[in-house]
Design a protein around this ligand. Structure first.
Ligand code: GDP
Ligand code: MG
Length: 714
């Protein structure tokens, strides 16, 4: 019977134990030769095992597969040209990070790889713990532990070789180099295919990657075999390289190397491997603290808390200036334009509504500034690691936390960002809970209400809302995982980019982009809806349909004042009170007032009157609209604008408990109509309606409990 043959190449860093393992496998059946054309010694041998003849080649030791040294080229060319069935990468497992750098490059060649984690004895001695099975899942390659000089693990390695051969070797995980680089790889691959460029044994994707890395060996080979079209290809590659240099501000080869290290660091942090670090870089030192399993979460909490203190304390000053500016503008318009509908539209509808939203621009700028700094420095990517433990416990991957973090800015890109999750269930769960990561549009509502009721502690109060949002997200995710989306999270490597000092330019640019969006929204959607709300609050006009004869009341008060039985102070107070009652009746008579009254019973158990009810309803368009609606509403109600700010008016009407509860309600129901349109596009009608229904119900139930229980104590 003819023996089935398997060719295996042993690759690995110098001194990782390749030759030792080679000897373990082949025993005395070895012969020494040379690789063709070079003086590098080639050792090969074979063994008969379980009916297979396994031919083994001991490749030269290398740290990388770039074409910088003869050894690297020999090792790479052997794998490419001789196409062994399997590459066994012998790894010094006590120095994983550096050794895996070669491994990921071998994996990229698309040939089945087995990782031999050699030096298992040293790993044990150093007390390092490696979650082998998890790491193997993440990398998509089998891993066998060996101790070369004691001939341990050799049999297991041979078994794995046969198993992989018989399964027709699944191909290992391929690193993703980021959208920009991947786009250029695709572009060059298409050119290679279109121009019928001769590659011999290579695949277009890998060649494109190597061309972007400016690999001389590959360039020379292509040039030799494609003399006519090569200059065209080279020109296109240079275009890609320059394009990448422009947008990423670094050489593609550096970016590609960084992505590999980021991938490895991510995979190792994920599997809790502590590598023996020869020289601890600053970045690693920082990571030991920031992604620490115990301290990481409190540090994240502290940073968030500081962020909201900053957003509030610093934001308060410019907010006052803008607020004063709008009051002056309202006074000016009131004085210039005669009383009537036009004046009311300008003062109550537009200045009161849109102005009320624009006031919060400084806070928005500060919030986005903080987020931009945290993102650009590389910290946000770490937060996903910090949350990883919790996320795993609820059946999700820490990677899900990345789109959720985007949700602090705006929920819409967060929904789209959920695409990074390959598994459909993971993606849907993440989308459903993204809602609870409080977006920038809700911030004005919080600032308004927290400012009204909790002045000095407003920052803490808003911080608590954000924390509650995260907690609700985690709980709902768990709920969805055990009910609608049963299953395990799929393995995924999160990249851990190195820390960078954010550049002023990029931070300002990111902040400006988002601020501009906020202002644009205020000038379009919010302006439009403010006008609609003003119309709804103004018509039908009450005319003479007041419940009481207020004219007579006013006349009565005036008479008492003139007769001297009322002080001037009391007289003014009495008039203001009557006017407020009239204003209230006018509002309630309007279309919006009737709608508010109609839905009020649903909101009553939560402690909300019809005004908060209609504000919540208008907030479906966009959460900032809640603020503009409150602004318009109070502006109409109290016709003669005194110095009272919107915050003071709200503080007069409601209790802190109601105010806090309203913030909670605003947090919990779905973000906005535009958000739901995106949700539908990404997940379909059914999921969208479930999202709408579920979040409304959740908001209602939570607010009900908070108000009813809270009322017992307050
Ligand atoms: P190569 O350069 O990759 O071929 O590595 P070698 O096979 O020459 O091994 C380098 C050194 O590591 C030798 O001194 C081996 O005895 C030693 N070595 C090999 N495997 C192990 C192992 O599992 N544990 C320890 N502690 N040493 C090993
Ligand atoms: Mg050797």
């Amino acid at each position: 019977m003819e023996k089935k043959e398997i060719t295996v190449a042993l690759a690995g860093n110098p001194n990782s134990g390749k030759t030792t393992i080679f000897n373990n496998i082949t025993g005395s059946r070895q012969h020494v030769g040379n690789y063709p054309g070079v003086t590098v010694e080639k050792k090969s041998g074979d063994v008969i095992y379980k009916g297979y003849k396994i031919n083994v080649v001991d490749l030269p030791g290398t740290y990388s597969l770039t074409a910088y040294s003869e050894d690297e080229i020999v090792a790479r060319n052997y794998i490419i040209n001789e196409k062994p069935d399997i590459v066994v990468d012998v790894i010094d497992a006590s120095n994983l990070e550096r050794n895996l750098y070669l491994a990921v490059q071998i994996m990229e060649l698309g040939i089945p790889v087995i990782l031999a984690f050699n030096m298992a004895d040293i790993v044990k001695q150093c007390g390092l713990v490696i979650n082998i099975s998890q790491l193997s899942d993440l990398l998509g390659t089998p891993i066998v532990e060996t101790t070369g000089f004691k001939n341990k693990g050799t049999k297991e390695l041979l078994d794995e070789i046969i198993k992989l051969k018989e399964n027709e070797g699944k191909s290992p995980y391929k690193i993703k180099y980021g959208e920009e680089v991947e786009n250029e790889i695709d572009r060059i691959s298409r050119i290679i295919i279109d121009k019928k460029i001769i590659l011999k044994n290579l695949n277009p994707g890998w060649v494109s990657l190597k061309l972007l890395e400016e690999d001389m060996e590959i360039k020379n080979q292509l040039q030799k075999e494609n003399e006519a079209v090569f200059p065209f290809l080279e020109n296109e590659v240079n275009k890609s390289i320059n394009h990448l240099k422009n947008i990423l501000r670094d050489n593609p080869s550096t970016i590609i190397a960084d992505a590999r290290y980021g991938f490895i660091k991510g995979a190792l942090t994920e599997t809790h491997c502590e590598t023996e670090i020869e020289k601890v870089t600053a970045s690693e030192k920082i990571d030991r603290v920031l992604t620490n399993r115990i301290a990481g979460l409190p540090i994240f909490g502290l940073l968030m808390w500081l962020m909201f203190q900053f957003v509030f304390k610093v934001g308060a000053y410019p907010m006052e200036w803008i607020d004063t500016g709008f009051s002056r503008l309202a006074d000016l318009v009131s004085n210039v334009i005669p009383a009537g509908l036009i004046k009311s539209l300008l003062v109550d509808g537009i200045i009161g509504g849109v102005g009320g939203v624009i006031i919060f621009t400084p806070n928005i700028i500060l919030l986005f500034l903080c987020i931009a700094v945290l993102e650009d420095s590389g910290y946000m990517a770490r937060v996903a690691f910090v949350m990883d433990q919790i996320m795993h416990r609820i059946g999700l991957h820490g990677k899900s936390f990345i789109p959720m973090l985007i949700g602090f800015g705006c929920t819409i890109p967060a929904y789209m960002g959920s695409r990074i999750l390959d598994d459909k269930k993971d993606r849907l769960i993440t989308m459903h809970v993204n809602t609870f990561m409080s977006c920038g549009a809700r911030l004005p509502v919080y600032i308004l209400f927290a400012g009204a009721f909790f002045s000095q502690r407003a920052g803490n109060v808003v911080f608590s809302i954000y924390v509650i949002g995260i907690i609700v997200a985690v709980l709902v995710a768990k709920l969805l995982r055990v009910t609608r989306f049963k299953g395990e999270s799929s393995p995924f490597v999160m990249e851990l980019p190195s820390y960078r000092i954010p550049t002023l330019k990029s931070v300002l640019l990111h902040t400006w982009e988002r601020t501009w969006l906020y202002l644009k929204k205020a000038g379009t959607i919010i302006l439009g809806i403010s006008i609609i709300m003003w119309i709804l609050f103004t018509f039908p006009a009450i005319g003479a349909n007041y419940s009481t004869d207020y004219e007579a009341e006013i006349a009565g008060v005036e008479a008492s004042f003139e007769a001297g039985s009322l002080s001037e102070e009391d007289y003014k107070a009495a008039l203001t009170e009557i006017e407020a009652k009239m204003g209230m009746e006018e509002l309630e008579y309007s279309a919006a007032g009737r709608i508010g009254r109609f839905i009020e019973p649903v909101f009553k158990p939560l402690g909300f009157d019809w005004k908060l009810a209609i504000a919540s309803l208008s907030g479906i368009a966009a959460k900032e609209v809640i603020v503009s609606t409150m602004g318009t509403l109070y502006s109409i109600q109290e016709a003669d604008e005194e110095t009272e700010t919107l915050r003071e008016k709200i503080a007069n009407d409601y209790s802190p408990l109601k105010g806090y509860n309203f913030m909670l309600f605003t947090l919990l129901y779905f973000p906005c109509m535009a958000g739901m349109a995106v949700f539908r596009r990404e997940a379909g009608w059914k999921e969208m309606w479930l999202q709408v229904g579920f979040t409304l119900l959740l908001a209602w139930v939570v607010s009900l409990i908070v108000f009813q229980v809270g009322s017992l104590f307050v």
